[in-house]
Unconditional design. Sequence first.
Length: 94
Amino acid sequence: MAGKMLSTDPAVDPTASVRDCRLGAYTEVGARTILLEVTMADYSYVVNDSQITYTTIGKFCSIAAMTRINPGNHPMHRASQASVRQQFNQGAVS
């Protein structure tokens, strides 16, 4: 990504997979990144090896390498959010 000139057309690495997405002006998708049904507003980018699904990303956002946003196979049969699990493990939630 360093040293590249961006344009109003999104820059998508040839190894990235972008399906059913809307990418704004001056956006960039890095190598081996997978985007599925993502809306990315102007001037935002995601670096390499990330997976983003069913998400809206605003303007001027920079997303680090190897980031997963809204991954599949999330446990739904129990409380799974970090703060709830911490409280449960500490006995605050029964």
